[in-house]
Design a protein around this ligand. Structure first.
Ligand code: CDP
Length: 205
């Protein structure tokens, strides 16, 4: 891809967006932005006592590379700062210009197809049952050395889903023209193949 071409991938917590987005970006040789990391970085700064809107306005690339950003505490903090319109507004321009870079871009998050890039050439909504998503997140966290219980991870996923869906600012929902991929009964390879197929169809029109 040489022209700007935006692939928007939204969905609830731990649905597989990250893995699918990275695979789609590698397949089409385009850039990838995990927008959740922006909110996680702001959430981490809030946990350190900073005002979330100030943190969002002053965010640097280095802030999104911290080792602790994948923890459950930071995920919850991210979804708390994500309800704030000032935080979302501060992160908007960066995401929009990333989306229109030459060579194409994959952005994954909650509101990419609905608010950040409503004109995206392809919109996917990747989902799975809360139980399946919690199992996957549990396995990831344990592999990363976290001490968590399956029940706690399920409760966290449900709490974050509810906050993301019910907020007034850019709530989590599929864009009207999004292709939904329910990965509950799919392997990651199947989900990636499905996503690449949807992008191919959009490219060839
Ligand atoms: O990896 P996971 O799906 O668990 O979460 P994430 O994508 O890293 O996002 C963390 C939190 O940031 C979400 O629960 C949302 O509250 C928020 N977020 C958002 O509001 N909008 C986005 N575009 C991306 C993330």
């Amino acid at each position: 891809m040489t022209e700007p071409f935006t692939i928007a991938i939204d969905g609830p917590a731990a649905a597989g967006k990250g893995t699918i987005s990275r695979a789609v970006a590698a397949h089409f040789n385009c850039a990838h932005l995990d927008t959740g990391l922006l909110y996680r970085a702001v959430g981490a700064k809030m946990l350190l006592g900073q005002d979330p809107a100030d943190a969002a306005r002053g965010l640097t690339a280095a802030d999104t590379q911290g080792a602790g950003l994948r923890s459950p505490e930071v995920a919850q903090a991210a979804s708390r700062v994500a309800v704030l319109p000032e935080v979302r507004a501060a992160l908007l321009d960066f995401q929009r210009s990333f989306a229109r870079r030459a060579g194409g871009a994959v952005l994954d998050g909650r509101d990419i197809g609905t608010v950040i890039c409503p004109q995206a050439e392809v919109k996917l909504f990747v989902t799975a049952s809360a139980e399946v998503r919690a199992q996957r997140r549990y396995a990831e966290l344990v592999a990363g050395g976290s001490e968590v219980s399956p029940a706690q991870v399920l409760a966290d996923v449900r709490e974050r889903d509810a906050r993301d869906r019910d907020r007034a600012a850019a709530p989590l929902k599929p864009a009207p023209d999004a292709v939904t991929i329910d990965t509950s009964d799919m392997t990651i390879d199947q989900a990636v193949t499905r996503a690449i197929g949807a992008v191919e169809r959009a490219r060839t029109g």
